[in-house]
Structure formats: structure tokens, C-alpha cells
Design a protein around this ligand. Structure first.
Ligand SMILES: [Zn+2]
Length: 330
């Protein structure tokens, strides 16, 4: 049971697989050793954008450092094994926190950052990919639930990057504002995927498209790419300002977008559509893949698309790859 202050957000379905992993783990878990990187031939090097936090990037510190915890429901599950083999849980969570704070709160007063006190990553067998919720007793305590079933079915070549990308997406939900629960779910999920995109963890199958049925608040990468496009018009801090405007007030569309962009969001969406149509007609390919993995991205994307239906069926995900995002107030 969650309180109205603790909406439950879901992670988009972002499989990039056709077949379950058949690769035997190359090494036993080594908790004290650095996680395998590009030296492991089965791993695709993570492609990160230049504006991702790096050791040289000033970190944004919350007023109170959150307690980070890990809970393993089944240590023997293949997904938990892969997680521990590929990532250091402590640094992975800490890096995700800094990535999110960097993109959403750089140059903003520290007290604008939500007072998140603890974040527990729970690895457990479940349907879907992941979700985040607040404690029923205190919404400042968050838990990110990540499916070990899902982890087990990500191809080895993408496993580390996909896990990290999902973690970044969910970590956004631990720190973003939501207009006291009144913000459109699609905007909330779009901001989460925008951070994932900016951090360099967009899966190969993500597309910058705006189909006939798509709306500005379709959510996930649809809205994430739209937000990225807004940066060209309103500056690179536009999403930071959008998130900040969702702080401590209720969402009212016309006033909100008028204040953030000086325009109606529907009009902006139509401009974005026209931009994509023009760009596509120009042959730049922007309407196709936007994220290459550097190792045959097109091929990976085809495999990904071929595998989505299978994954959707296995994890009971709707065909449109998006799990309903409306917060649950149960
Ligand atoms: Zn989400």
C-alpha cells in the first residue's frame, strides 16, 4: 500500500534482445575487484555523452547524503549473479545519483533538491523491468525494484549498459519533482528517459519519432527526445527549469508551459513533428536510429526489434513497449 504522496513509477520496456543469454559467465564474482569493462570481449563499451558527470565534473550535492542500500531477494538467481558480476552496487547507485542531480539540479539552490533520505535497490524476480516507489510511512525513503528475470534475458553484450540505464531512469524518480503528484505521467517518464538519454545510456532501439498516435506526453523516449529538442529552442537548462517548475505546486498545463516556454505545448509538439518530417525528408536519418553502439548498431536494432515482441510476451508488456505509468494510489 502506498500513500498519495508515494506514486509508483514504472520503467519502460527497453529490451534489446532476441534470445536469452547463452554465454557462460566468464569470471566468478569478485566483489573487491573493479567490474569488467571493455577488456571483456563480451561487453560493449558504454557510450556516454560528453555532458555526463565525470571525475572532473563538479558534483551536485543534496543537502543530506542519502543512504544507499542493496537488497537481494535471491542471491542464486542468474540475474542477481549477472548484476554482481558486472556492477559494483555501491558505485553504480552513487553514480546514478550524481548523474541525476547533475542533469536536474546543476546551478539550482540545494534546497530545491527533494529530501530523499534513502534509496534501496531491490533485485527480485518479477514481471516487467523495474519500478520505483516511496515508503508508505515516509516518501523520502525510496526503493527501486529491478527484475532479475529481466536482467537474465538481456544479451551479455548490452547487459551492463542496460542495467545502468534502467538504474538511471529509476533514480530520476527518486529525485524529480512531480507537482505534488499532479504532473502528467508521460512528462514524469519523459524526464526520466531524457536523463537516461543525456547520460549516454539510450538503448540502440530508441527512435526519435513522432507518429500519428504519439503525443507530447506519450512518455518515455517519445517525450524524452521531445525534451531534448526543446533544448535547441530554449537552452540546455530547459528540462532543469521544467522539473523545477514542478516543485511545490500543482500542474496546470497552459500556465506551466507558458511560463517555461512561452508557448502551448501542443503547438511545440507540432513544431517538433514538422522538424522530424523535414529532417527525415532531408535524408539525415534522424527519424531512424539515434544511438549507435559503435559495433553494428543497425544490426543490433534489428535484433532488438525482433526480440521485443518476444520479450513483451514473456514479461507481459503491452505491444507499445510502455507499461502504464499512471501513479498508483492504492
Ligand atoms: Zn519510470
Amino acid at each position: 500500500m502506498t500513500s498519495p504522496a508515494t506514486p509508483k513509477y514504472f520503467q519502460t520496456m527497453s529490451p534489446a534482445t532476441t534470445t536469452p543469454s547463452t554465454t557462460t559467465p566468464s569470471a566468478p564474482p569478485q566483489p573487491s575487484a573493479p567490474p569488467p569493462t571493455s577488456n571483456n570481449s563480451s561487453e560493449t563499451p558504454t557510450t556516454k555523452s560528453n555532458d555526463s558527470p565525470t571525475p572532473n565534473t563538479p558534483k551536485v550535492h543534496p543537502p543530506r547524503k542519502p543512504l544507499l542500500r542493496l537488497e537481494l531477494r535471491d542471491l542464486s538467481s542468474p540475474g542477481a549473479f549477472s548484476f554482481l558480476r558486472l556492477l559494483h552496487a555501491s558505485t553504480a547507485l552513487e553514480d546514478a545519483v550524481h548523474t541525476v542531480l547533475h542533469h536536474l539540479y546543476t546551478a539550482l539552490p540545494p534546497h530545491h533538491i527533494p529530501p530523499t533520505r534513502s534509496i534501496t535497490l531491490v533485485l527480485e524476480a518479477m514481471e516487467g523491468v523495474a519500478y520505483t516507489k516511496g515508503s508508505s510511512l515516509d516518501a523520502d525513503h525510496k526503493s527501486i525494484h529491478l527484475s532479475t528475470d529481466y536482467i537474465a534475458h538481456i544479451p551479455d553484450a548490452r547487459k551492463k549498459e542496460e542495467i545502468t540505464g534502467v538504474l538511471v531512469h529509476e533514480m530520476v524518480h527518486c529525485w524529480q519533482h512531480n507537482a505534488q503528484g499532479t504532473a502528467p505521467g508521460g512528462l514524469i517518464e519523459g524526464i526520466a528517459d531524457w536523463v537516461r538519454l543525456k547520460a549516454g545510456y539510450a538503448p540502440p532501439h530508441w527512435k526519435r519519432v513522432a507518429g500519428g498516435k504519439d503525443k507530447w506526453d506519450s512518455g518515455y523516449e517519445r517525450t524524452g527526445f521531445f525534451l531534448e529538442w526543446l533544448e535547441q529552442l530554449y537552452g540546455e537548462d530547459i528540462v532543469r527549469r521544467i522539473n523545477n517548475e514542478l516543485r511545490g505546486c500543482e500542474y496546470e498545463g497552459a500556465a506551466f508551459w507558458g511560463k517555461c516556454c512561452g508557448k502551448d505545448v501542443e503547438a511545440l509538439w507540432e513544431e517538433y513533428r514538422a522538424f522530424l518530417d523535414k529532417d527525415s525528408a532531408g535524408g539525415s536519418g534522424s527519424g531512424a536510429l539515434v544511438e549507435e553502439d559503435g559495433q553494428g548498431g543497425n544490426q543490433t536494432a534489428k535484433q532488438s526489434q525482433g526480440g521485443e515482441a518476444e520479450m513483451a510476451k514473456k514479461f507481459d508488456i503491452p505491444d507499445n513497449k510502455v507499461i502504464p505509468v499512471r501513479p498508483r494510489f492504492t
